[in-house]
Design a protein around this ligand. Structure first.
Ligand code: NAD
Length: 533
């Protein structure tokens, strides 16, 4: 149910927005723009009702109170990436798009990384300080050259890929580790993708441009530093906790690493100053994004996004999904949840880089193809990306990552009243997972790769592929039992007796990798893949 479009749009600006952005808004003939920078919150709540868009500071809490006060609000936009103090669910419920501007500071971060790299290799800050202190020391500041050296990039996204192209101009040999990046993209950049260990062993300088996730937390610690070349250097302008500061401190003091440069820290500002005070480090206080141009970009991007959202219903960089009405949102919620769970399951269980996703819809849910496909993408992408992947931005991100997305729909129900079947193709395999809602609200996975099953998609699981012979279940059960892992459910799918069978085993406890290896070693077991929902 679409509301009628207003003939004029009222925009309220209470956050700093540079003239480059403001002028774009003011140039729209059907926009009335009021600028009231720094408006106190109470005042904002009082006057908000007639406005369609609010451009605000990141300090302004976007909470129930504010969303209720904005009776006509369609868009709230703010610069930067900070999303703390935004009640995203409530905004979605109210159909208000909340937008930010990730990517506006990419170049700033890229150039700062390169600045750190050069400063470290030529010891520029130290030489500067020495000269200012009245010295004229030339021999002391013997640097290292970049030409001919190997630069290892961890995370070949927006920033990493641009660092790569720029450092190639320095005639560095650039390699990258990124388990999720599209291979074609890396090929186009001319950057060989290597395994993590290979990157560590081969690089003279390692630079990190991955997001902070469970997987990247302390991804550089003692073990990884030990694999690095003696005298290598490390740059971190991504997120502090990706590097274990104890391990780095140790490596820098014992001479394993020649130097490190950091713009980010595990704790900001850092209380433990030991690392900062070492002679072989270059540090800056998280200023990677601070340039005049990045701020202009933020302003221009904000203005463009607000215009596109109000006038054309395009919601790039929206952190939520504006659904036409509360009723529609409530109706779709269980389907969206099912779709997202299927996506989350697939990203954990397929091998390789995702290249294509296609979804078949049967029955009534065929009416909601667009948001549901987006929910599948959200589930597929969210675990591997820095930014908040949501219903609005997921298609943009998939497109940027060159994942081909398609869907078909059939209003006639198949075996279930409603069914969605998701096919994921990677560079290594194909996988199909189908799901339904029992009684319109209870999610079930009913098919994996052609095997019929009935799995409630919540909890920890193992997918076990094995030849269907007597005794396999017993052996697997014993291994899990010995490892103190309790089996909650065992759902078996068979195509034919004695052929390859597929089981989805729900477990109460995490299954350590060595236990998975033990199960894989059981004769007749072909593959074991864990996942968690
Ligand atoms: P992005 O999302 O465009 O790229 C991140 C890349 O990392 C993706 O290609 C992803 O596939 C990859 N990745 C995910 N998990 C990985 C893993 N386990 N190992 C290796 N690669 C992995 O993000 P971006 O805009 O390029 O930002 C990169 C980093 O820079 C982020 O951590 C961001 O927070 C940080 N950043 C810092 C500043 C600053 O002020 N210093 C400014 C902007 C961004």
């Amino acid at each position: 149910m679409e509301e009628a479009k207003p003939t004029r749009y009222r925009i309220l600006v209470t956050g700093e927005i540079l003239p480059e952005g403001l002028s774009l808004l003011e140039a729209e003939p059907d926009f009335d723009v009021d600028v009231k920078v720094g408006l106190p919150r109470q005042e904002l709540l009082r006057i908000l009702a007639p406005y369609h868009a609010l451009i605000t500071r990141s300090e302004t809490a976007i909470d129930k109170e504010l969303l209720d006060a904005g009776a006509n609000l369609r868009v709230i936009a703010r610069g930067g990436v900070g999303l703390d103090n935004v009640d995203i669910d409530y905004a979605s419920l109210k159909g208000v798009a909340v937008m930010n501007t990730p990517g506006a500071n990419t170049i700033a971060a890229v150039e700062h990384t390169i600045g750190l790299l050069l400063a470290l290799c030529r010891r520029i800050p130290h030489a500067h300080n020495s000269l200012r202190a009245g010295e004229w020391q030339r021999k002391k500041f013997l640097g290292t050259q970049l030409q001919g050296k190997t630069l290892g990039i961890i995370g070949l996204g927006r920033i990493g890929s641009r660092v790569a192209t720029r450092m190639k101009a320095f005639e560095m040999h650039v390699i990258a580790y990124d388990p999720y990046v599209n291979v074609e993209k890396a090929e186009q950049l001319g950057v060989p993708l290597v395994e993590f260990e290979q990157l560590l062993r081969q690089s003279d300088i390692v630079t990190i441009h991955a997001p902070l996730t469970d997987e990247t937390f302390h991804m550089i610690s003692h073990r990884e530093i030990n694999m690095m070349k003696d005298g290598a250097m490390l740059i971190n302008a991504a997120r502090g906790p990706i590097v274990d500061p104890e391990a780095l401190y140790h490596a820098l003091t014992r001479g394993k690493l020649a130097g490190a440069a950091m713009d980010v820290f595990e704790e900001e500002p850092p209380k433990d100053r030991r690392l900062l005070e070492l002679d072989n480090v270059v540090v800056t206080p998280h200023i990677g994004a601070n340039t005049v141009e990045a701020q202009v970009n933020v302003a221009v991007q904000l203005a463009r996004q607000v215009i596109a959202a109000l006038k054309h219903g395009e919601y790039e960089n929206s952190v939520n999904m504006p659904i036409a009405s509360r009723e529609e949102f409530l109706k779709l919620r269980p389907f969206l949840d099912l779709a997202e769970r299927i996506g989350r399951m697939q990203v954990q269980t397929v091998e390789g880089r995702i290249q294509a996703v296609s979804v078949e819809y049967y029955g009534e849910i065929a009416n909601y193809v667009k948001p549901l496909t987006v929910a599948v993408l959200k589930g597929l992408l969210a675990p591997i990306l820095r930014e908040k992947v949501n219903y609005i931005n997921a298609p943009y991100i998939a497109d940027e990552r060159r994942i081909r997305v398609s869907q078909t729909r059939t209003f006639e129900p198949e075996d279930y009243t409603n069914l969605m079947r998701v096919h994921v193709r990677t560079d290594k395999q194909k996988q199909t997972v189908a799901g339904t809602l029992l009684g319109r609200s209870i999610p079930r996975i009913v098919e994996i790769d052609g095997y019929g099953l009935d799995v409630e998609p919540e909890g920890r699981f193992l997918i076990i592929k094995n030849y269907d012979r007597p005794g396999v279940i017993g052996k697997v059960g014993t291994i899990l039992g010995n490892a103190n892992v309790n089996i909650a459910e065992w759902r078996l799918g068979r195509l034919r007796p004695n052929d390859l069978a597929l089981a989805v085993v729900k477990v109460d406890d995490p299954v350590p990798p060595e236990v998975i290896r033990q199960i894989e070693a059981v004769e007749q077991v072909v593959q074991v893949v864990p996942f968690e929902l």
